[in-house]
Design a protein around this ligand. Sequence first.
Ligand code: DGJ
Length: 734
Amino acid sequence: MTTQMSTSTTTPDARSTAPGLLHLRAAGVSLVLDTSGDRLPRVVHWGADLGDVPASELEALGATSVPPVASGTTDEPVQLSLLPEQSVGWLGTPGVTGHRDGADFSTAFAVTDVEVAHGIDRDGAPVAHRVVVRAHDEAARLGLVLELELLVDGLVRTRAEVTNLGGAVFTVSGVDVTLPVPREADEILDFTGRHLRERSPQRHAFVAGTHLRESRRARSHDGTLLLTAGRRGFGYRSGEVWGVHVAWSGNTRTFAEQAMPQGVRVLGAGELLLAGEVRLAEGESYASPWVYGSYGDGLDELSHRFHAYLRSRPQHPRTPRKSLINVWEAVYFDHDLERLKALADAAAAAGIERYVLDDGWFRGRRDDTAGLGDWTVDADVWPDGLHPLADHVTGLGLELGLWFEPEMVNPDSDLARAHPEWILQTGNRLPPEARHQQVLDLAHPGAWDHVFGQIDAILTEYPIGYVKWDHNRDLIEAGHTASGAAGVHAQTLATYRLLDALRAAHPGVEFESCSGGGGRADLGILERTERIWASDCIDALERQTIEAGTGLLVPPEMLGSHIGSPVSHTTGRRHELSFRGATAFFGHLGIEWDLTSATDDERAEVARWVEAYQEHRLLLHHGRTVRADDPDPALRVHGVVARDAREAIFAVVQVATGVWAPPGRVRLPGLDPAATYEVRPLPPGDEVVPGHGEALPPWWTRGTRLSGRALAVAGLQAPNQFPERTVLLHLTAL
Ligand code: DGJ
């Protein structure tokens, strides 16, 4: 085995002097990797920074992490590697599962080469440390490349590539990488949900066995974006917590496992492969998606690492995030030029900067039963094409956006009639329809070319600056017609290729990832899109939870959040505009409401929200999201603090009636303890109507001055609000 230290730029915090032991450090995180011997590397520590550890201590750390032999187990201590193997006695989930016609079902990789680099840029993103381990298993005739990177903001990511080195086809059933968490991580927090109610948190004890979250529908309203485990009771601001995320937009597996009898705990993830989906001929490889791991003292810190990583990428949107109007809930399929122009007028008058024409503009699309797959403008509804609308919208100074659902097809479409063989299916039967649609097999070159060609033509003909890319059904029994083989893996790669090709052909266009709301919000899709639509539910109360969960991974500037109608279309709840506005304000703001039906007062108030968003979006989209661990379940306190902590905006959200009133002192965390802040209500989020059950604390009208420390540990009295209302506070350091 050889170890190469390729050091492009050696960072001062890189220590790798003890033989085989690598101490990787970045932004308060240490990861100690034991690469000694010829077995796959073991993570000795992943978590809080260990400081500057001398070589002798590093060696001692490695040595003292080796467990004793337990009764009833193998005679050698079982050591868990990044890609666990039965061949060292690990009896939890193995890293590589697969077989060659029934044989070679278990691996024993021998490391041939370890390459270490520090302070480099990969794909434009800064990487503090990168370790590449090459190995092969002679008996199973498999090669392996295992990568682990610690990014500059303390996020770790790892993935594995398996190659069939010879002989018959090797069927890969799964490649799952794991990261160990300590015994102290005894509580799991992950997320579930459904269409219209994404990211519902669930907490439970970390007990023996495997808590496995699978998504086998190629999207995940119900799947977990993040699976975390931490010290019991961990919150946003404190409590050690570790979490993993798999950057893949197809089927996924994410798990927390306590393997017995040793009780070792791991977080693991990978792609969920369907039977026979990946079959490697000699020389072929399968690369797993990146699995990201984040550590924090509290969820805020864990989340900041994801935000910082996303913001460090070259493709991250850097210009001010345009406020938009999306016409979906205003008109649905009822496309009428004059009505759509009137909406544009109302949006422009409110200061909106982008106009998104949603579903319903293309051939045959009068409702959701027909048309998907025929991406040409419907000549009956749009006799002059989209030009009259495009001219009107751009004439008002707004950018035009357009909706597509590129991966889908309605059986009632010219495309399906011409090419039934391009529909993913198996067993000579079509999958059950969902929303009257099927999934197009984009891995079929003809299908891919068709979709690329039609979308490319529309983007070329019209002045479109924004695409909303939707995906409204699960992939069920998704096989290729020609081979009969499962096709979700290939479909996911083909979707990425399609997006990449369209982006390359139209570099100025922004893309939004929507999947019936927040069904596709992973880092795989976010590598090639600028925004996700968090949910089809715009109800501001529901959004408090949906966005808190989604926002752990997705920073506010990428998280679409709209001001909906006074009565929510999906819950029937009525909310004041102040609550709807103060909710949308913290994401990438949009309007999704028939503004032509709004009163003059409402339109004026919308304009005030848009103006406030435009005034503060630099702070909102570059600062750190903070969430207080408020003891009152009726209250949520969250905000954004500028990176230099000179400014902040907080929301005090009354999500329900409190058991007591007034709510009492709320703490505002994440500020500079040494700075003194001027605290004032922020219009238009300052609307409280005293005398109607609402009441203001005495400090409110004149504002106050308090230190960051006092605000974090003592807090200040909040107004007594009606339920489902929010007030905003603006803090500026003096
Ligand atoms: C589902 C999306 O989430 C909605 O916003 C809208 O675009 C519809 N699809 C259109 O069919």
